[in-house]
Ligand binder design. Structure first.
Ligand code: SF4
Ligand code: SF4
Length: 203
């Protein structure tokens, strides 16, 4: 799945979930939030300024977000989990209202906007599972220079398992093996973890 499709799916189908983080006192805290909008680079959410947890999030920045919807069976369960980094994004109100016009009335002017914090989960990695589909790993917003490089070695038997899990379609068959397009790879490590033949090197 493309990243924008993942974020849009969360916003449309699984918008309410639990945000967890470490408080200033080093104790774990959590808050139920609703995703306010899905952008190209991540997910937006809103918290009241008088919410103590909002201030913890501003200081800590690192969060996890989990949301799910139960189906009739395990295969029917839908979920997403993200371990990521949050920043304040008060300059993005115009964009967020464009992405979610339902917010336009509640946050129509600066005075309304100043009563809350607008947050953006702009970097992270996670897993998404849609109904009746396999879970997929994904990553977003991570600086490429600080990530591992993943390359296919000659143990590859072209089973295509890694192709199935790559969230950005960066792996394609090439001769008797598969090959990773380094320009598309977001370094999520899903292929590396999936390959049963140790045919993906990480360096
Ligand atoms: S999962 Fe491993 S063996 Fe299978 S196609 Fe990918 S690299 Fe090759
Ligand atoms: S690390 Fe592997 S699965 Fe993840 S984006 Fe790169 S090629 Fe795809």
């Amino acid at each position: 799945m493309k990243l924008l499709d993942i974020f849009t799916y969360v916003f449309e189908e699984l918008p309410i979930g639990v945000l967890s983080f470490l408080g200033e006192d080093y104790l774990p805290k959590s808050e139920v939030i609703e995703i306010a909008a899905a952008g190209e680079g991540g997910l937006y959410f809103i918290l009241n300024r008088d919410n103590e947890m909002a201030r913890d999030i501003i200081r800590r920045k690192e969060i996890s977000f989990v949301t799910y919807k139960d189906g009739l069976s395990l295969r029917g369960t839908e979920f997403i989990n993200i371990k990521g980094v949050v920043k304040r994004s008060d300059e993005s109100w115009d964009l967020v209202k464009k992405l979610n016009p339902e917010l336009s009335d509640s946050y129509k002017d600066e005075q309304n906007q100043k009563m809350v914090f607008l947050f953006f989960i702009h970097e992270g990695e996670g897993t998404i599972k849609k109904k009746k589909e396999r879970a997929e790993a994904f990553a977003f917003g991570q600086p490429k220079g600080e990530s591992y490089i993943y390359e296919v070695n000659n143990r590859c038997v072209r089973c295509m398992d890694c192709v199935q899990v790559c969230p950005v379609d960066a792996i394609k068959p090439l001769g008797a093996r598969v090959s990773i397009n380094q320009n598309l790879c977001v370094h999520c490590s899903a292929c590396y973890k999936t390959c049963a033949f140790s045919a993906i090197d990480r360096s």
